[in-house]
Design a protein around this ligand. Structure first.
Ligand code: CO
Length: 156
């Protein structure tokens, strides 16, 4: 495992549409392991492959209940809506007010290529993370969907 460099705002990798993963091999597993290590080292709750310069549809998330690996994720269903503060490891120190669904159901593949579905249950932060991270795979960053950016004194 290794910590990879997190691409910051302005890096062209953050605005690209990523390609689906086709090979579920050792190279993918190494990427997933490195992404998890990189996310934990940066105290993040999610990381998408383009944030480490890899233009493939791969996401890792951990909102406190363990690692979730999503390969080729697709949002199947959403409900509810909530505006809350949101940040991103590619935008250190910046936070925006972003409206997201409160419930999200995702279809994805695991590291062996097996299809599964997962939902956010009652966890609004997980629903937010599913949306934020899958947005990254389409070259969309939170700043571009924020209602407005937040000042430091507005943060809880
Ligand atoms: Co992000």
């Amino acid at each position: 495992m290794a910590i990879r460099e997190i691409r910051k705002y302005g890096d062209s990798a953050l605005s690209k549409v990523c390609r689906p993963v086709e090979k579920f091999d050792a190279k993918l597993w190494e990427l997933l392991d490195d992404m998890a290590e990189t996310m934990y080292a940066a105290n993040g709750v999610g990381l998408a492959a383009p944030q480490v310069g890899i233009l493939r549809r791969v996401v890792v998330i951990d909102v406190g209940d363990g690692i979730i690996e999503l390969i080729n994720p697709k949002i199947l269903h959403t409900s509810g809506s909530e505006a809350a503060s949101e940040g991103c490891l590619s935008f250190p120190g910046e936070y925006g007010l972003v409206e997201r669904p409160t419930y999200v159901e995702v279809e994805a593949q695991d590291r062996n290529g097996k299809h599964f579905t997962i939902n956010s249950g009652e966890d609004h932060l997980l629903a937010r993370a599913f949306c934020h991270e899958t947005d990254h795979l389409d070259g969309k960053v939170f700043k571009s969907v924020a209602i407005r950016m937040l000042e430091e004194e507005e943060l809880e």
